[in-house]
Design a protein around this ligand. Structure first.
Ligand code: FES
Ligand code: FE2
Length: 490
């Protein structure tokens, strides 16, 4: 046996195999500028090879367990601070069968009040807005912005409630970070700072979002389980079949997926651009640059000069060349000095994920933020897309874009200002109902995730089980209740 054959058959540990071609860290090492420290901070942690039971995506009883124990015990982005500028401004945050009123109080703090009347349970608010107090539409019990009961018609009939300490609306924990408001309904949750450790470290150091404004926000009901939808935005593996038009300048299979075991709620996916896919026959740097320039002529990153042709030497790094173009275009667009910003910051898709449902992109210029929530059945969910744009130099911050709501039947194309992004989203969305339908097939019992490219999904499923297990124990229920859907141990 030759040495080469020997190497080829040497087994690697589970989840340690990687695609051919340069890694993301190779791209960063060749960057024409100093790369932000956060991008160099990468880590992986194999999560085994077992199939994930398909019932987890389709069974209403499992969705109930998620609603009961996952969504009530994790930090989730409820809104942005800009939605709560004045006392009484509030947003209704619905997740699963729970609802919170997230409001600015008179002293300027933010509270998250359970959105349920303490008389007979009526939902106090169905929509956001600005109010002086929260008055139940049924019999008129009224709470101030801090959640104190201040009016109760016929109070003589409710001595067990009126003036009693537990007449305040129960509160959930609130945290603010980089312009976002997070809530957690757990009784005594881990602080947001601990929960989101790595996310905070990276963004506060390298990817500040607070100097941006919300230029776009749409929420769409999607015909698939929230995990199916979320997982469709969590890997570059689907590019070859779903977005083949970008293969010539997308290093899809060379994407990097980070799991940091000491900050397990935070993971990251980096997809390098300006380099060819390893699926294609070898291209010259000229071909890669030409393909990217043609595609990006109207990029939201900044319009590139039309019909521009650059001569690319055979030994050139196409990433540096395309990044140079974007650097120029974006400097003009944002009137900002980007001369020190790394090629990677200008080019690559860098998508963080805060378990379970908040995913901000990092990078220069505009950036996206995703959020997912379960729907009323396991077959639907809600996905939010927010676009943040840099504030203009004038110092005048544009008004935050209002929420646009799209129904199950509507397409992302119907959202104003979504632009070319809607085309890509529709490519992604086209898969989702087919996945959801196919998961109901009795032909195969589980989902066979890749050991590296889809490793974060394996971890998230185990984390969901962890929350359900803890909840069952907390409530004195039998841990065996989860067994039907539990991710098996390897
Ligand atoms: S149910 Fe709210 S006041 Fe009666
Ligand atoms: Fe996609």
């Amino acid at each position: 046996m030759t040495a080469t054959e020997n190497e080829r058959v040497t087994p690697v540990s589970i989840g340690e195999a990687r695609s051919s071609g340069p890694s993301v860290q190779d791209f960063l090492a060749a960057d024409s500028r100093t790369v932000p420290e956060s991008l160099l901070d990468h880590s992986s942690a194999p999560q085994g090879a077992v199939d994930i039971p398909r019932l987890r995506y389709i069974d209403p009883a499992f969705a109930e367990l998620e609603n009961e124990y996952l969504w009530t015990n994790t930090w989730q982005m409820a809104c942005m601070e800009v939605d709560l500028q004045n006392p009484g401004d509030h947003v209704v945050y619905d997740v699963g069968d729970q609802s919170l009123i997230v409001t600015r109080t008179k002293d300027g703090s933010i509270k998250a009040l359970h959105n349920s009347c303490l008389h007979r349970g009526t939902k106090l608010r169905t929509d956001g807005g600005r109010v002086a107090s929260f008055r139940c539409p049924f019999h008129g019990w009224r709470w101030d912005l801090d959640g104190n009961l201040v009016e109760l018609p016929a109070e003589w009939d409710f001595p067990q409630v009126w003036d009693q300490p537990d007449s305040c609306l129960p509160e959930a924990a609130v945290a603010t970070w980089q312009g976002f408001v997070f809530v957690n309904m757990a009784e005594d949750p881990q602080t947001f700072e601990t929960y989101a450790d790595k996310l905070i470290e990276h963004f506060d150091r390298d990817f500040a979002m607070a100097d941006r404004h919300r230029a776009f926000w749409a929420t769409k009901e999607v015909p698939a389980n929230w995990k199916v939808c979320m997982e469709a935005f969590a890997e570059g593996y689907h590019v070859i079949a779903t977005h083949p038009q970008i293969l010539e300048f997308t290093a899809d299979e060379n994407s990097e997926y980070s799991i940091w075991p000491d900050s397990p709620n935070v993971t990251r996916f980096i997809n390098g651009f300006g380099a060819q896919s390893p699926h294609l026959a070898e291209m010259t740097p000229q071909q890669v640059v030409d393909a990217y320039m043609a595609f990006a002529a109207n990029s939201p990153k900044g319009k590139l000069p039309e019909g521009m042709k650059i001569d690319v030497p055979d030994d050139a790094n196409p990433r540096a060349i395309v990044a140079g173009m974007f650097r120029q275009a974006m400097q003009a667009r944002y009137a900002a000095d980007l001369s020190d910003r790394a090629d990677s910051e200008l080019l690559d898709a860098v998508l963080y994920h805060l378990f379970p449902s908040f995913a901000p992109w990092a990078g220069v210029g505009q950036s996206l933020v995703y959020r997912w929530r379960p729907g009323s059945t396991p077959d639907t969910c809600f996905m939010d897309v927010i676009r943040l744009a840099p504030n203009p130099d004038s110092g005048e911050v544009p008004d935050a874009a209002p929420q646009q709501v799209l129904s199950l039947e509507q397409s992302w194309h119907e959202a104003d200002e979504m632009g070319a992004l809607a085309d890509v989203f529709e490519q992604d969305m086209a898969n989702l109902p087919r996945v959801q339908a196919g998961l109901k097939s009795k032909g195969k019992k589980g989902v066979s995730f890749g050991l590296y490219q889809e490793t974060r999904m394996r971890m998230h499923h185990r984390m969901i089980d962890g929350y359900i297990d803890a909840g069952l124990v907390h409530d004195g229920r039998d841990a065996g209740e989860l067994d039907r859907w539990r991710v098996p141990t390897d």
